[in-house]
Ligand binder design. Structure first.
Ligand code: NAG
Ligand code: NAG
Length: 488
């Protein structure tokens, strides 16, 4: 078909001043070229290469399969450095505790099954009583003694119900010598029994034999220190040198933390590649849990929050919110490996919302997400610079908070910047701006997890694990930090 092009002289604006309507046409033309470029860029840069290498999941079963396969296909190199701790590590922990007790002028440390008991003797509360914590005290008592070489070592004994002594022996606690028990019969007072069997040879024995000074751990139920006091013990709460023993990690502990935390981040990255529209937060949680388990990491919390659900840092909504292209996904998850904890957080866009080459094409709502993501990232970076031996715990929080305040989001950063981490996800010291009297020491491990929470909109948080070094910047125990919301 032949086209007839008719030029109407009246519409030819080449030699005339532009009319208002032609100005409007020009604006519309420019806008449509711009929009066309945006569409072109999005279609060019956003397609299958950002998806996982095989056909993209459309059902939960396919999602799960894809996520586990993508994770296992990495070969899990980050787990290879981790091995269970030897008995000698537990022996040296108790000896360090003995030295700390002597420094603090305390005759003995007393703790019941829980995280601290697990740290010194490998037994958690459920390891001892899988049913429920009982009223019968089962206590570990650690006293400093002077060995032949005048070196301070630990004498550890266990106060146990008589009928439970054999079961306690079967726990196989990590001791090089035979485990010592002080049994108490059901009709006896357990604390009076302990006092009658007190080892008075302790070099820190600065008190009368009838009133030994003991320190109890934070993880002890109140009736136990009360019972000890009523029987004549002089009871102090956890503090000073004793509290510090758990805070610095050995190379073996650091490798376990590195393995479990790097593995947890990599599991989130693998799972993300397989996400598809319409998934709920609960469905993502379940698949991420199973992905972690497939590599031998046991999840113990897994918070998945979409957009406004993430404006509460720990969630609280019912997990039914549905994933869409422009959803900001916040995942905070922790798992255990050989008793050590991970605790990491990532904030990202799903893989089916591709990264455009030009961010100017994006809606104001998305631009705000990007801006906040960057602010939180910078806050985390500044906290890392402050995480140095000799600095205060407060200074790390203040460094991150300064960035967020300067960006105008002071009120939206509602929690401290981080906490110690080890066998427990949250350990002392705590990185808050009031903790001005605690000094960081090489070997301490922390989370840095600044966040900004905009009610009704979204939340963004980045959490990595860091090791304080003798000198300079901390070491990252999460492999690597995120680089952006398309590369968590
Ligand atoms: C500590 O306990 C775990 C099981 O909870 C066990 O696998 C490990 O071998 C124990 N370690 C030692 C040194 O006994
Ligand atoms: C920090 O230590 C100083 C000096 O010992 C003391 O006056 C102050 O109350 C302490 N601050 C806190 C928050 O514990």
């Amino acid at each position: 078909m032949k086209l007839h092009i008719v030029v109407d002289e009246r519409n030819d604006t080449r030699y005339k001043r532009p009319t208002l309507s032609s100005k409007v046409r020009n604006v519309l033309f420019t806008a449509s070229v711009f929009a066309g470029t945006c569409l072109f860029l999005i279609s060019k840069f956003g397609h299958p290469e950002s998806y996982s290498s095989f056909s993209h999941p459309q059902t939960i079963a396919e999602f799960q399969k894809c996520s586990i396969k993508t994770f296992l296909d990495t070969g899990l190199p980050f787990l290879s450095s981790a091995s269970p701790l030897p008995i000698s590590e537990f022996v040296s922990r108790r000896n360090s505790l003995a030295k700390a007790l002597l420094q603090d002028g305390i005759d003995a440390f007393i703790v019941e099954p829980g995280y601290t008991f697990k740290y010194y003797a490998n037994i958690s509360q459920p390891d001892w009583e899988v049913w429920e914590p009982e009223e019968r005290p089962f206590l570990m008592i650690v006293q400093p003694i002077t060995s032949g070489t005048r070196e301070i070592t630990a004498r550890t004994r266990f106060l146990a119900p008589s009928f439970e002594v054999e079961r306690a022996r079967l726990l196989g606690m990590p001791f090089e010598e035979e485990v010592e028990f002080i049994p108490w019969e059901e009709h006896w007072n357990p604390y009076a029994t302990l006092l009658q069997n007190w080892d008075t040879s302790s070099p820190s024995h600065a008190h009368t034999i009838s009133n030994p000074k003991v320190m109890v751990d934070d993880e002890i139920r109140d009736f136990i220190p009360r019972g000890l006091s009523l029987s004549g013990f002089n009871v102090a709460g956890l503090g000073s040198e004793v509290e510090k023993v758990k805070q610095t990690k050995t190379p073996g502990e650091v490798e376990l933390l590195r393995a479990v935390n790097t593995g947890t981040v990599e599991a989130v990255r693998a799972m993300r590649k397989c996400m598809y529209p319409s998934l709920t937060e609960n469905e993502v949680t379940n698949v991420l849990d199973d992905t972690l388990r497939a590599a031998g990491l046991e999840p113990f919390f897994d918070i998945v929050l979409f957009d406004e659900d993430a404006s509460n840092p720990h969630g609280g909504t019912d997990g039914s919110k549905v994933l869409e292209a422009e959803t900001f996904v916040l995942i905070d998850v922790g798992a255990h490996l050989h008793g050590y904890s991970s605790d990491i957080c990532r904030t990202f866009f799903p893989p089916f919302f591709p990264k455009p080459s030009s961010l100017s094409c994006l809606s104001p709502a998305i631009k705000e997400k990007l801006a906040v993501w960057d602010i939180v990232f910078e806050a985390q970076k500044q906290s890392l610079h402050a995480l140095k031996s000799g600095n205060t715990a407060a200074s790390v929080d203040i460094a991150a908070r300064g960035v967020i305040e300067k960006a105008g989001y002071a009120d939206a950063f509602t929690h401290r910047v981080g906490h110690g981490i080890g066998i427990k996800a949250h350990e002392s010291p705590y990185l808050n701006k009031g903790n001005v009297n605690v000094t960081l020491r090489a070997g301490m491990t922390f989370t840095s997890e600044p966040g900004v929470y905009l009610v009704g909109k979204f939340g963004a948080r980045h959490e990595d694990i860091l090791l304080v070094k003798e000198e300079g910047e901390p070491e990252i125990l999460t492999g690597r930090r995120a680089t952006g919301p398309w590369d968590p």
